[in-house]
Design a protein around this ligand. Structure first.
Ligand SMILES: NC(=O)c1ccc[n+]([C@@H]2O[C@H](COP(=O)([O-])OP(=O)(O)OC[C@H]3O[C@@H](n4cnc5c(N)ncnc54)[C@H](O)[C@@H]3O)[C@@H](O)[C@H]2O)c1
Length: 307
């Protein structure tokens, strides 16, 4: 049973996620931790002031002290630097890899049985670092990236086709960066192939728009990155774990031979339940997609060297 969740990082994503958790889940405890002085304290007081609206009895603690994550069932890492305009996810690597290592040490010390959800970018490498530094089994280290990319795809599909999002079944996989794989074969509209309803040009546009959505948002926000859809994507993962609902969700996970890849974290569809990642699903890929996924190995090698 999920009774305590901790959110590390009380910035844009962490604070919004904390509000979703407070207002929509019946937790006993919610801890929010940030190294920036009293920031987490301020966020926690603001969130708990909405208590009467939700008739919530969740205890909320905001602090810069990592001891407060003790015995959490789930810990979410949103700590680090967010991508700014002109900055690639790789630019973030050096700073955020160090943050991930420090946070992992605290997690190992205070909550050795928890499930960790990583959000900090570059997502797949941070997921890998957290897996290595905590020593947790791969079912307990879940990277949230492809879920966000997938809901972005659903929105782009909606806008391009003028059909309700409930008509679509579609997911994105691969790395959580511009090289993500938006597979036409894995877009279904009421069970039919996308090509039945959409022109080739439209499908190409949908793939392009989805892959560049994060960058497009940053180009308008300038000094911060997206937070509404990302925080709700994390909330959705936590709800799935809490409800033990065995839903298939694309998440970044350490592969050990699946899809012909090993020792890399990458987004693939997985069954999510109270154990975290219960099963990795291997879907059929085209030769092009197989090649694209195989190139993750090379990209990951470079990333590991940089980190
Ligand atoms: N995976 C995704 O789909 C996705 C989506 C959006 C954002 N992100 C990433 O999530 C991260 C957070 O984004 P944001 O917009 O909330 O950033 P933000 O700058 O608003 O917040 C980050 C917070 O982390 C805190 N922090 C830094 N180092 C810390 C440490 N060692 N311990 C505790 N707290 C620490 C900072 O003080 C800051 O308050 C970024 O890396 C961003 O790129 C990922």
């Amino acid at each position: 049973m999920i009774t305590k969740v901790s959110v590390i990082g009380a910035g844009a994503v962490g604070s919004m996620l904390s509000f979703h958790l407070f207002s929509r889940l019946s937790l006993s405890e919610l801890a929010i931790v940030d190294i920036a002085g009293d920031l987490a304290k301020g966020v926690s007081l603001d969130i708990e002031d909405s208590r009467a609206f939700f008739n919530s009895s969740t205890k909320v603690e905001g602090t810069d002290d990592f001891c407060s994550i003790k015995d959490s069932d789930i810990i979410v890492i949103t700590a680090g630097v967010a991508r700014k305009e002109g900055m690639s996810r790789l630019d973030l690597l050096k700073i955020n890899a160090k943050v991930a290592k420090d946070v992992s040490t605290s997690i190992k010390k205070h909550a050795k049985n928890c499930i960790v959800i990583t959000v900090t970018n570059p997502l797949d490498l941070i997921t890998y670092i957290v897996h290595k530094e905590t020593g947790f089994s791969r079912n307990r280290v879940i990277g949230m990236g492809s879920l966000l990319d997938s809901v972005r795809l659903l929105n782009v599909l909606y806008k391009e086709s003028n059909m309700s999002t409930a008509s679509f079944e579609a997911f994105v996989f691969g790395l959580h960066n511009n090289a993500m794989i938006v597979s036409e074969n894995h877009i279904r509209i009421k069970g039919e192939k996308a090509g039945k309803f959409l022109s080739r040009d439209a499908i190409k546009r949908i793939q392009e728009k989805t892959a560049h959505r994060g960058g497009e948002i940053i180009s308008y926000l300038k000094n911060r990155s997206a937070n509404f859809a990302p925080s709700f994507s994390v909330f959705k993962l936590i709800k799935t774990i809490a409800e033990d609902s065995n839903e298939i969700i694309p998440v970044s996970v350490l592969l050990s031979g699946e899809y012909g890849l090993s020792d890399v974290c990458v987004g693939v569809p997985c069954v999510i339940n109270k154990t975290g990642i219960a099963k990795i699903i291997e879907v059929e890929l085209t030769n092009d997609e197989k090649e694209k996924l195989a190139s993750v190995k090379e990209e990951f090698k470079q990333l590991k060297e940089l980190a």
